[in-house]
Design a protein around this ligand. Structure first.
Ligand SMILES: NC(=O)c1ccc[n+]([C@@H]2O[C@H](COP(=O)([O-])OP(=O)(O)OC[C@H]3O[C@@H](n4cnc5c(N)ncnc54)[C@H](OP(=O)(O)O)[C@@H]3O)[C@@H](O)[C@H]2O)c1
Length: 257
């Protein structure tokens, strides 16, 4: 049974990986969708695909979550049209580079902090007041096991995900006394375009991340998001950590030779 049939979900970073899988999964649950990412062509193809499979409404917008003005303009457009999301899936994010702090790229640090931390905050700040005013809503932040443990050369990416954890917990506490729920879904290694983006298109290096193990799929994470948003209204899944069976922590990964 789906509790989100006919409800509206805004998914950021829906053009690939976990966000795309969430869009497909929530559509299967009968939710209408607003999909944001920078690559609008990909969003358009995904929307066509979803419309062909399910009887849900899908709209897309090219939004860079780092662009504060664009985020607020698009959110206001949607809210003014009476489309206040019932679920906000804050998923847009990336790792950029993997280097010790003393060799790190300042541009990579900017991209990660601007997207993973400030972007998530902008979207939340743009959408949440309308949820509070209406008296219902659910914010799901895609964090990471990297928001709980630090791995070598993960420094700034991990810091950005530690920040997501603090923002998730802070938002949840701030909304105590309202019916609005706030959840974190924290995956470990999931095979998406994440490593390809992190290593700037170096497919060999990206493939090595998942070598010898069976990682999570984007669909596995989307399944967890579906579970979280389908919980009964009096239940708030505050944090759900999801790891591949071959991974027990950021430091404990089993690989077959
Ligand atoms: N894969 C993993 O192992 C893993 C593990 C734990 C957590 N996560 C988290 O899961 C989330 C999704 O990552 P993924 O693994 O699905 O990676 P992915 O396949 O690279 O997808 C990332 C998505 O984020 C979007 N995005 C990136 N920068 C953006 C921006 N400035 N504005 C709007 N959208 C932006 C991308 O779309 P455009 O490029 O079209 O904008 C894309 O749709 C991230 O927050 C990541 O930190 C991933």
């Amino acid at each position: 049974m789906s509790r989100i049939r006919g409800r509206l979900a805004l998914v950021t970073g829906a053009s690939a990986g976990i966000g795309r899988a969430c869009a497909l999964r929530l559509a299967e649950d009968g939710a209408d969708l607003v999909l944001w990412a920078r690559r609008e062509d990909r969003l358009g193809e995904l929307a066509d695909d979803i419309r062909a499979r399910s009887n849900v409404e899908v709209s897309v917008a090219a939004v860079d979550v780092r662009d504060r003005a664009a985020v607020f303009a698009e959110a206001e457009r949607s809210i003014a049209a009476g489309r206040v999301p019932d679920m906000l899936i804050n998923n847009a994010g990336l790792g950029a580079g993997l280097a010790p702090v003393h060799e790190g790229s300042l541009d990579d640090w900017d991209r990660m902090i601007d997207t993973n931390v400030k972007g998530l905050l902008f979207v939340t700040r743009a959408i949440l007041p309308a949820m509070v005013e209406r008296g219902s809503g659910h914010v799901v932040n895609i964090g990471s096991i990297a928001g709980e443990q630090v791995y070598p050369s993960g420094n700034v990416y991990c810091a950005s995900k530690f920040a997501v954890r603090a923002i998730t917990e802070g938002t949840s506490i701030d909304l105590l006394g309202t019916p609005i729920r706030v959840s974190a879904v924290n995956p470990g290694l999931a095979e998406t375009e994440f490593s390809l983006v992190r290593f700037e298109g170096d497919t060999e290096r990206a493939d090595r991340v998942y070598e010898g193990l069976e990682p999570l799929t984007a669909g596995d994470v989307a399944e967890a998001v579906s579970f979280v948003v389908n919980a009964p209204p009096h239940v708030n899944v505050s944090a759900l950590q999801l790891l591949a069976t071959d991974q027990r922590s950021v430091h404990h990964i089993h690989r077959e030779d």
